[in-house]
Design a protein around this ligand. Sequence first.
Ligand SMILES: O=C(O)CCC(=O)C(=O)O
Length: 189
Amino acid sequence: MAELVLEAACKRGWIDRGGRATDPMRGMRFGDGAPEYVGFLAEVLGSPEVEALRGDPQLLEAVTAVCGPGMAPIGADVCRITFPGEAHGTPAHQDGWYCKAPGLWIAWIPLVDCSRELGALEVAAPKPELADHDATGLIDVPDRGWRTMNCVPGDVLLFSGLTPHRSLPNRSADRPRLSLDLRFALEAP
Ligand SMILES: O=C(O)CCC(=O)C(=O)O
């Protein structure tokens, strides 16, 4: 999977063949709907590899064990590439604010070794309900209780649509952070 994403980024000139961010991409963060990022997402998320991962029996078993029965992939997925030198990570938010699927859970999957330096994900305790968001995310960002961890390809972090989460900025010298977030929700009865 990482190879597929690296190739998609490499052919767009975002990274070199050694997997390092190219100079123009340092500090870069794509805005929502940036055409070059939309094209990248269409290529990666429409690939047979990502489709196979959505239905991977081991992943579905883990999702069912954690989230309960009746969960299915909903295809509302993102492949993230964050570049070294970006000033901020992903702002704190709850996915349920944006994605109204019932019983929403997210499987966050690192595609490279992902340390705090590279911009690991942080999660806080799930809230009982959705909190107000503005254009950048949660308005009342918890000031304590954030947890993070180093993770590696093969790990999966599962969190619910009510879980506040954010990412740390990528402070590495030249490495992009690559990850997938796949969404699951209750199947219609
Ligand atoms: O990977 C990130 O930086 C953010 C992930 C995220 O917001 C999500 O999975 O909903």
